[in-house]
Design a protein around this ligand. Structure first.
Ligand code: OAD
Length: 243
């Protein structure tokens, strides 16, 4: 890393970041996928086959967002975003809006957003807070049955991939919070950053994951405890040139 260019920081977050706000994670005992088969609710084929079921699943989750608030980890990451002297990007797999509600600006929703819908006919993407039904007309083209949640489903290409690859290749610090590391391409980001020279890779999780061996530091504990501590450390380290 050059002493003249401030270090660049890339964050990857997953469901563990929002878990303590009350948003269910995907895997594990009470995980979202425990109650549903992925192929029934999170694939383009499921939407063709049973759009009502898919809408019901995402309507419940969209409504659930109104009952949760950002937690100490979301707020700490916004402090990091504001105070980090170099390039900063937060890539999230989460489809909630808790980072934005905490004040995040430099955020890439690689798996889409619950608070948006997309028309598969005219391709318009619109903010959406209410329930979506198969009879809801697209406000842009007027067709019914064409609006879908703006969520990246299994078998679809994640958003912002070119931009994500570019920032990972330049990362000096890579921070990964609350992801099980089983869904690609996100699960491969730590290795990709390391292959391109990233020297400091930090994983925050309740437990070891299948990708823990790609990290130079592992912090085990709840995100609301570990992330604020880590943000203090990183800002202190970068201020005295230790990063
Ligand atoms: P998972 O549910 O697979 O994993 C959540 C991770 O967070 C686990 O490793 C937990 O140990 C950890 N965790 C839980 N609570 C935590 C806490 N309070 N503090 C720190 N860590 C905690 O969720 P993701 O890895 O985000 O994709 O899942 C990745 C993708 O799989 C999702 O974006 C979604 C899903 O299928 C799509 O829908 C396309």
């Amino acid at each position: 890393m050059s002493g003249l260019i401030p270090p660049s920081l890339v964050i990857l977050s997953g469901a563990g970041l929002s878990a303590e706000s009350g948003v269910a994670t995907f895997r594990g005992a009470d995980g979202l996928w425990e109650g549903h088969r992925i192929e029934d609710v999170a694939t383009p084929e499921a939407f063709k086959r049973q759009p009502e079921l898919v809408h019901r699943f995402y309507n419940l989750r969209r409504a659930g967002l109104k009952t949760v608030e950002p937690n100490a980890a979301h707020h700490a990451l916004v402090r990091l975003e504001r105070e980090w002297p170099g390039a900063f990007v937060h890539i999230t797999q989460n489809v909630d809006d808790l980072n934005e509600r905490a004040g995040a600006m430099k955020l890439l929703h690689m798996h889409g957003e619950l608070g948006k819908v997309r028309c598969v006919w005219c391709r318009v993407v619109l903010p959406w807070q209410d329930d979506l039904e198969t009879t809801t007309p697209c406000p842009e083209c007027g067709r019914t049955g064409k609006l879908r949640p703006d969520i990246v489903w299994f078998g679809e290409m994640p958003y912002y991939i070119d931009e994500i690859m570019r920032v990972l290749e330049k990362a000096d610090v890579f921070l990964c919070i609350g992801t099980s590391g089983v869904v690609y391409p996100a699960a491969g980001f730590a290795r990709l950053a390391a292959d391109h020279g990233c020297q400091r890779l930090i994983e925050v999780n309740l437990e070891s994951t299948g990708i823990s061996n790609h990290f130079t530091e592992r912090r085990h504990g709840p995100a609301t405890v570990e992330v604020p501590k880590l943000v203090d450390e990183l800002l202190a380290d970068v201020a005295c040139g230790k990063v």
